[in-house]
Write a protein of this length. Sequence first.
Length: 479
Amino acid sequence: MARNIVSREKDYSQWYLDVIKAAELADYAPVRGCMIIRPDGYALWEMIQRHFDEAFKDSGHVNAYFPLLIPISFLEKEADHVEGFAPECAVVTHAGGEELEEPLVVRPTSETVIGHMYSKWIQSWRDLPVLINQWCNVMRWEKRSRLFLRTSEFLWQEGHTAHATREEAIEETLKMLDIYRDIMENMLALPVLAGEKSEGERFPGADNTYTCEAMMTDRKALQAGTSHFLGQNFARAFEITFQSKDGELEHVWTTSWGVSTRLIGAIVMTHSDDDGLVIPPRVAPVKAVLLPISPDQAVLDEKLLPRANEVAEALNAVLGKRSVKVDTRFHMRPGDRFFANLQKGIPLRLELGEKEFERGVVQAVRRDTGERFDIPWDKIATVVPVILEEIQKNLYDKALAFRKQNTFMVKDYVEFRKIIEGRGGFVEAFFAGGREEEKLIKEETGATVRCFPLGREETGTCFFTGKPNAKLAVFAKAY
RNA sequence: CGGGGCGUAGCGCAGUCUGGUUAGCGCACCUGCUUUGGGAGCAGGGGGUCGAAGGUUCGAAUCCUUUCGCCCCGACCA
């Protein structure tokens, strides 16, 4: 039992903060609501980034960079957009010792500057589609912050595309949603529900918003990524037009989509346990740690350490450079070193003491199950990758089983409230309400429509309004 | 922005109600010795002037006023 981490049962939100602190993922910054992403947290972000970045490039997107500061007038060009973001913008009013003629907002998202540039770059149907992504930071002055889940400044990726037709833009929106789902499930081991947002939960300025929703182990939902079909709203606001094949001047159709450092929070709240962080192998910066153990410095120097280095080298050759670390903190006692590595979330620990040395093995300990077993040195390069894949699969399967166990179908509001206000979880129900009904349900129960899941085309009687032909919605309390 | 809590050593806290030796304790840190297969023991040591400003007083971490900041819970959001 970890002595520096409170149990999930006792205080879930404190547990979350304790895990992050113990794993040294992040720390508070001197400025309210901001965080420092520490080296181990950043390494995890880089792994996450790498998977998404590859997928974006594989699907024909390119990276670019747009500026941090945006003229305030840009934000005001799209009515819904300004209404949605103005309250949480940080504004620069002075620079170079003088008051600026026009205040500049620190970007909360970049649709506006990018729209401005697209209007210059796009002339003809031949210029389309434009498929650009940028990795950057954004700032949203949240009233209440929480490490990784909601900080004033966060890191993310924002894709912005422009298309000649509505159909093509919708296709892009859904394609990116599916790429998100794929990486979240296959790399981060996060089972997600991909679906359409309700009217009330839409991105400011979007015609339609799609989302990937994950269930955390406190049964609350976390919006893990969104993909927006922006229609021609930004095209009209920024006069992004092109001449079509038949000579007509038309507005483009745009999309935008993003995932952020919030995904680190999702990993923490999906896989970690009361001992600390658990990282799925495919996104773990360090996939295995080798632990030479002996009270005798001579034994360490002459036998264990050279062998550990050889084993690490053999593993790095198959797992990738720097995937395996040798823990040489011999000033720490074995127990301290076990715990330190446990709390870092490293998927596999390989212990090498004199007993193992004599038998030509290492003792492996799985982070996810605690299971121990020997691996002979000559089999290590073939066995470890297999074990890591098993851990990856186990984490995903466990998370999926948990979500299924905590998802309930309801027919009426009484049942609905019983679940939401009781144990919690995802509640499936046919729903035909609009903004007003959503608001009422939220006020009364705290739950919101997380999404209308894709691929669930069945319809039924609305549990709230009694209207027929209602679509299937998933409700939950959310972060 | 509402409600609650808190600012004293790197971290966690006691001391504040009832003003009074040199501001304590645990962890961490440094040195030495003994230890070392699931969070070690002993001994020695370094580090703070009590969030900030003003006031009351012979005397303030403690009382008064002002102010700044942080955390947690809500409303708002990736």
